[in-house]
Design a binder for this molecule. Structure first.
Ligand code: SF4
Length: 339
């Protein structure tokens, strides 16, 4: 019986595994953390419809009991041996798993906001990231780290994306819509809070994203300021002083906020850093795995029998990730059938 190894048990890895198990193929799913779910565990609700992220993750729980699935948690892949026709995936603990095909579904890292020192993350209490705000939504309570119900919040777009200073010139695609989703959720919990979103330009590429943007302005009175934050500093009362330039009116702007939220972008995973250029596992200039082409071969690597799924190839939404993972499962099935 052919055996597939899927590396990464985030949404992409879970979807690929689900599809392959449905086709009665045995799957070994390797996850470096102690739980399945990957980055979706960080989210309370998904855009654009505020779908409960936990419900989505729970819809995959049943595959864990599938007799054809071997799930390895807390397992780090240290080496892939491509020297024989049947590959061997080797973990740091010395477990060797034979594989007729390998799917890389290792997801993304979120940008480390401390690298934008001028925004004060890790220095000032009331500078948080979008991931941390999402944790507050899970508790349904928004309190600043210094313990206050905020009256004014600034959302800062493009933190760690479209920024040559941190060597990430690409757009992470999803942080504009995430900011709008989070701003609306914040207003639902704190109707009196003032919210200002500081953006370079808004990238509302999805069908319903523009509607959410219009609703944020019309129904929730969220203010959008076109301007890049130049500096944040802490005031004596722990508020954050924001300095930016309003690029629509061409004037510098200053305001204080009880908290600022940094919309951190998506970066290539540690796994792609570890395995880049390893036996035809190419990465692009941004560190994400490079499929053979980005059109009709975007699930395939140049290495025979090694496939890509989800955000291992670049930023994509949860829905796009699931679609891409289904395409990957189809490519694996056709490869297994013909070999
Ligand atoms: S999606 Fe928006 S916030 Fe994110 S990098 Fe692109 S422009 Fe910036």
């Amino acid at each position: 019986m052919k055996k597939i190894v899927v590396i990464g048990a985030g949404i992409a890895g879970l979807e690929v595994s689900k599809q392959l198990l449905q086709a009665n193929l045995p799957v070994t799913l390797i996850e470096q953390s102690s739980k399945i779910g990957g980055n979706i565990k960080n989210y309370a609700y998904l855009f654009p419809d505020f779908y409960n992220a936990e419900d989505l993750l729970n819809s995959y729980q049943y595959i864990i009991t599938d007799p054809n699935l071997q799930l390895l948690l807390n397992a780090h892949v240290s080496k892939i041996d491509f020297s024989k026709k049947i590959y061997n995936v080797i973990t740091k603990d010395g477990i060797t798993i034979p594989a007729d095909a390998i799917v890389i579904a290792t997801g993304y890292n979120t940008f480390d906001a401390r690298l934008k020192e001028e925004f004060g993350y890790g220095i000032y209490d009331n500078v948080i990231t979008s991931v941390e705000l999402e944790q507050m939504f899970k508790k349904q309570e928004i309190i600043t780290p210094s313990g206050k119900v905020p009256e004014r919040i600034g959302f800062i777009h493009c933190v760690g994306s479209r920024d040559a200073k941190v060597s990430n010139t690409y757009c992470s695609r999803l942080c504009c819509i995430t900011a709008i989703k989070q701003a609306i959720e914040t207003k639902k919990l704190l109707p009196l809070v003032e919210i200002f979103c500081f953006y370079i330009d808004l990238r509302m590429y999805g069908l319903l994203f523009e509607d959410l943007y219009l609703s944020a302005q019309r129904d929730y009175n969220i203010q959008f300021v076109r301007g890049r934050l130049s500096e944040a500093s802490e005031m004596i009362d722990k508020k954050i002083q924001i300095k930016a330039e309003d690029t629509l009116i061409g004037r510098p702007l200053q305001m204080s906020a009880d908290m600022i939220v940094l919309m951190v972008g998506m970066e290539a995973s540690d796994f792609s850093k570890q395995f880049k250029y390893h036996n035809d596992l190419n990465v692009n200039e941004h560190g994400f795995f490079d499929p053979i082409n980005p059109h009709n071969l975007r699930n395939l690597t140049a290495k025979e029998g090694v496939f890509l799924a989800g955000t291992s190839i670049g930023p994509m939404s949860v829905g796009e990730t699931i679609d891409h993972a289904r395409g990957t499962a189809l490519s694996v099935l056709s490869y297994i059938k013909s070999n």
